[in-house]
Write a protein that binds this ligand. Structure first.
Ligand code: GDP
Ligand code: IMO
Ligand code: MG
Length: 427
């Protein structure tokens, strides 16, 4: 059995959490492969709204297992909070959540360094979620990091102190003031909670499961345009958010990747700094933000909003090898008489259909086509046949521009507000 991958094709917050929750009954294992609590994955069902940060979005179902893979970075403080709130909801977390021994730990000092580094950048800041993601991945690649497996070592406290001593030097360099003693008790409480969970060699676990015919869904965090290699660097996160990240973040060989499910919003959003070609800084952008409730699930920050960007979408489809698309938040565009889609950019006097290397120092100017809006409330619909013709045209247009079928159109945040597109509109 191969592993399917589900990931975001834009700048994150595409609706990955919702779709993983919808698809979970088809899978035996849901596994997060990168990122950490910078992610906020929202699920809605039976009137409940829940945001997950580190724990895979399959956790609310029974009969499947959830794995936090080696590519993920875990903050024990946030992890404990997530577990506590799931327990309150009656979820038997211990029974269905396994953690890779190789996943790295976010220390309180990683969070402090994140804040110090952003403060030092001033107006050029990345707009990090300040969860310590960058510094933790830096310690991973710098070969200094602490891993979940270290928690069981008798030397854990010494290892912790040695890393903290390094971090104190960095914080002193930044002249950054902090009170570590205030932060440490919650960290060590979190470590105790982590100890109670099953620590696994996740690469063996997942490969054995696949050999035994189990179905695995790898859940991505962030989005392809935030990828450390292929995103809008340096305004990116610190991990590989693309399909290849599922190979390194879970130990799944490339040949064992099955379907690659690419999730995108019917428009675009971005939170934090960095280039965003189709951003709308006018009242249309504000309207999308208001109707779409575009505020960060992790930080509460307002998300920047704009029209769908086909060159950027095609870039993400190429890098990820997307085999099927899912379009989210179609209901939000019901507000508009006309909808614009960026099909090309003007760049250095030429019209191009791809995302160039540097769009920071030299901006691209989007070229739009305009389509008729559908102006119909979609939120109560439950089958493809009910969709208005203008929305069907929008779907067909995107399928034609990308060459990839759209298998789901999402029309609301709830599990049930999900239209399965049985008929592929464009071959
Ligand atoms: P993720 O990080 O990709 O899981 O996405 P987030 O949870 O950060 O952001 C997506 C937001 O849109 C959440 O508030 C979801 O509840 C909501 N959402 C998901 N799909 C839809 C949809 O089709 N329509 C509407 N109106 N909201 C949606
Ligand atoms: P999900 O999984 C949207 C953005 C931050 C910032 C940049 C770097 O919910 O889609 P970091 O904290 O990683 O150092 O921040 O990346 N970012 C996200 N934006 N959704 C996310 O996750 C994000 N995770 C990080 O806003 O611009
Ligand atoms: Mg999110």
């Amino acid at each position: 059995m191969s592993a399917d991958v589900l990931l975001g094709l834009q700048w994150g917050d595409e609706g990955k959490g919702k779709i993983v929750d919808v698809l979970t009954p088809k899978y035996d294992i849901i596994a997060r492969f990168q990122g950490g609590p910078n992610a906020g994955h929202t699920l809605e069902f039976n009137g409940i709204k829940h945001v997950l940060h580190t724990i895979p979005s399959g956790i609310f179902h029974d009969g499947n297992l959830n794995v936090v893979g080696n590519g993920v970075v875990i903050d024990p403080v946030i992890f404990k909070k997530e577990i506590d709130s799931l327990k309150k909801m009656g979820v038997d977390v211990k029974a269905k959540l396994y953690i890779s021994k190789r996943a790295h730990l976010i220390l309180p000092t990683h969070r402090l360094i994140d804040a110090a580094s952003e403060a030092a950048k001033g107006k050029d800041k990345i707009g990090s979620t300040l969860k310590g993601i960058g510094p933790t991945y830096m310690d991973k690649t710098g070969r200094n990091g602490l891993r979940v497996g270290d928690i069981s070592s008798p030397n854990f406290k010494q290892k912790y102190e040695a890393l903290v001593a390094k971090h104190k030097q960095i914080l002193a360099f930044h002249n950054y003031e902090y009170n570590l003693a205030e932060l440490e008790p919650a960290f060590f409480e979190g470590i105790e909670v982590l100890k109670e969970l099953k620590h696994i060699d996740s690469e063996h676990f997942i490969n054995n499961a696949m050999k035994a015919g189990k179905k695995v869904l790898a859940e991505g965090a962030q989005g392809s345009l935030l990828d450390i290699d292929f995103g809008t660097y340096p305004f990116v996160t610190s991990s590989n958010t693309v399909t290849a990240g599922a190979c390194t973040g879970l130990g799944v060989a490339p040949g064992n990747i099955g379907n690659v499910i690419g999730i995108f919003k019917a428009y675009c959003t971005r939170v934090g700094s960095g280039p965003f070609p189709t951003e709308l800084t006018d009242e249309v952008g504000e309207q999308i933000r208001a109707v779409g409730r575009e505020f960060g699930a992790t930080t509460g920050r307002p998300r920047r909003c704009g029209w769908l960007d086909i060159p950027a979408l095609n870039y993400a489809i190429m890098i990820n090898g997307v085999t099927e698309l899912m379009m989210m938040k179609a209901d939000i565009l019901s507000e508009f008489d006309t909808i614009k889609v960026c099909t090309h950019y003007k760049f250095k006097g030429e019209t191009i259909d791809y995302l160039p290397y540097d769009i920071i120092d030299e901006a691209v100017e989007p070229v739009y086509i305009e389509m008729k809006g559908w102006k119909v409330d979609l939120t109560q619909m439950d089958q493809q046949e009910q969709l208005p013709v203008e929305l069907t045209d929008y779907v067909k247009f995107i399928e034609k521009e990308t060459g990839v079928p759209i298998k789901v159109v999402s029309i609301g945040p709830d599990r049930k507000q999900t239209i399965m597109m049985n008929e592929v509109l464009v071959k």
